[in-house]
Design a protein around this ligand. Structure first.
Ligand SMILES: [Zn+2]
Length: 512
């Protein structure tokens, strides 16, 4: 029997700290349900002390999930731990994750605390968290740059106080694989009571080594890994779930460890996280990038035709990427749609289903086959964004070689209808000008990109925008068979996210 590695997913906590990635509660819930389906063991749902919005989102997720352990992050203060427990108290399996920095530079400059004070504070926090739940995780922030013996001292004290998981983070993404493995071994052999807890690692990708460091740590004895979908996270991001899991899956002889991940859900999960956060997956991204399974070179294609395993170390079906997916057409009924949505992870009310069904029919009239990605777009945009302040009601554009591009737009702004018209250098510029005027937007458009969701000329165009206002960054994303409509919706989505950010300031957990 191969040993098991616990997969701790922090897409909703550390991943959400990616610039622009803020999600509303309904969007977080959708991702949480998908992560449970994927088979993650522990899901870090958020940092409840950071904001009311985070508290609310974590509470809802904690109540919903039945199999996955739900973790909430807390600093060492009683207030943080109370907030964390308040949010997860109704979870089937609640975990409190508390942390304090242990490197000299953090203790001296950030905490202004001595080593003894840090140990005492950690012990008190773990004990207090342990008065609520049996599952307590303790993290030593900036662990990879901490004094080794001091690290072991803090860990021993935390385990003695009741911590069941001990996390060793490479908070700043500084470690090198061999060095990190050596640190893991050192901690395992020099912390006397280490056998009473699970050793976890949490790596960042500043040097592009997050997955390498995580795998090195597993080989050295770590049995929990903290990861995110698509590797999203602060700065260069976190260790990617799909890379770590597929490395174990593809090289079982060298890495004799198993996980509970159902690999066939990897691609749909990656796709969903990208769609909801607006963070595009780079084409050459390992495992889930658009080119990850594309063999373009002629010599490779020749080999692939004779036997796919000549150049392919993984099968696309293993991660849930296949051409033959169930599609719905214009004659599919409401019942088929409901059961298909349920399979995708959506439990919709009758009212919501009615709305999705009418949008589905509308799309099916324009597009021959409606695939999963199309349905995800309808639900993420039509249902999960219903709390939006700005909504598109109507759009009319004229453009061409002989006319001046002009747009008329009608929006709902805080439940009130407003409309206007204007010109631009092109149709999209015209639409954006009118929307900016109607919403009073002062944001700057940093990036605008268009791609196709699926193949074919009838594919939905997918537009992503990146907006900035007073230092806040928001991403907007939308899809539609008409790219001008998609552009308008993406821009409006970005503006809504900016509004959300203004009202729900993201307090960095500092833990990173
Ligand atoms: Zn982190």
């Amino acid at each position: 029997m191969n040993e098991r590695v616990i997969i701790f997913d922090t897409t909703l906590r550390d991943g959400e700290q990616s610039p622009g990635a803020s999600m509303n509660a309904a969007e977080k819930m959708r991702i949480a349900v998908q992560l449970e389906k994927l088979g993650v063991d522990v899901l870090e749902a958020g940092f409840p002390a950071a904001s009311e919005g985070d508290f609310e989102a974590v509470s809802r997720i904690a109540e919903k999930l039945k199999n996955t352990e739900v973790a909430a992050l807390a600093r060492t203060s009683k207030n943080d731990i109370d907030r964390a427990w308040g949010a997860i108290r109704n979870a089937a399996k609640p975990r409190i994750h508390t942390f304090i920095a242990t490197s000299d530079i953090h203790m001296d400059y950030k905490l202004n605390m001595t080593r003894d004070e840090v140990v005492k504070t950690a012990v008190e926090a773990v004990k207090y968290a342990g008065s609520f739940t049996d599952s307590v995780e303790f993290s030593a922030e900036d662990g990879s740059r901490s004094d080794r013996d001091f690290l072991c001292r803090v860990f021993e004290a935390a385990i003695e106080a009741g911590a069941t998981t001990i996390n060793l983070p490479d908070t700043v993404g500084y470690a090198i694989p061999e060095e990190f493995a050596d640190l893991v071994k050192y901690v395992l052999t020099h912390t006397p009571n280490m056998k009473k807890a699970v050793l976890s690692v949490h790596c960042h990708n500043d040097l592009g080594l997050a997955t390498a460091n995580t795998l090195a740590a597993i080989m050295a004895g770590a049995r929990q890994v903290e990861v995110t979908i698509n590797g999203i996270g602060e700065r260069a991001g976190n260790t990617s779930l799909e890379e770590t899991v597929m490395a174990l899956h593809t090289r079982p002889n060298y890495l004799p460890m198993v996980t509970n991940i159902k690999t066939e859900h990897i691609y749909p999960t990656s796709r969903l996280v990208s769609m909801i956060t607006g963070i595009i997956v780079q084409p050459n991204k390992a495992i889930v990038g658009a080119n990850a399974f594309a063999h373009e070179a002629g010599i490779h294609q020749d080999g692939m035709l004779k036997n796919p395993m000549t150049y392919e170390i993984m099968k696309p079906e293993t991660i849930g990427l296949s051409d033959s997916k169930l599609v719905l057409g214009k004659h599919s009924g409401r019942h088929a749609l409901r059961s298909h949505l349920k399979e995708l992870g959506y439990d919709l009310s009758d009212e919501e289903l009615k709305l999705v069904f009418s949008k589905f029919k509308e799309l099916a009239d324009k597009k021959k086959h409606v695939v999963d990605e199309d349905l995800e777009v309808i639900v993420t945009e039509g249902i999960l964004r219903t709390t939006d302040i700005f909504r598109l009601e109507y759009l009319h554009v004229t453009s061409g070689t002989t006319v001046f591009p002009m747009a008329s737009v009608k929006l709902t702004v805080n439940e009130r209808s407003v409309q206007g018209a204007g010109y631009g250098n092109g149709p999209i510029d015209a639409v954006f000008n009118v929307i900016a005027k109607l919403t009073g937007a002062e944001s700057e458009l940093l990036r605008f990109s268009v791609s196709a969701i699926t193949g074919g000329t009838d594919a939905q165009g997918e537009v992503t925008v990146r907006l900035r206002e007073n230092g806040l960054i928001a991403l907007g994303r939308a899809a539609d068979p008409d790219i001008i409509t998609a552009s308008a919706r993406a821009y409006i989505n970005g503006l809504n996210r900016l509004e959300y950010l203004k009202n729900h300031p993201v307090v960095s957990s500092e833990f990173g």
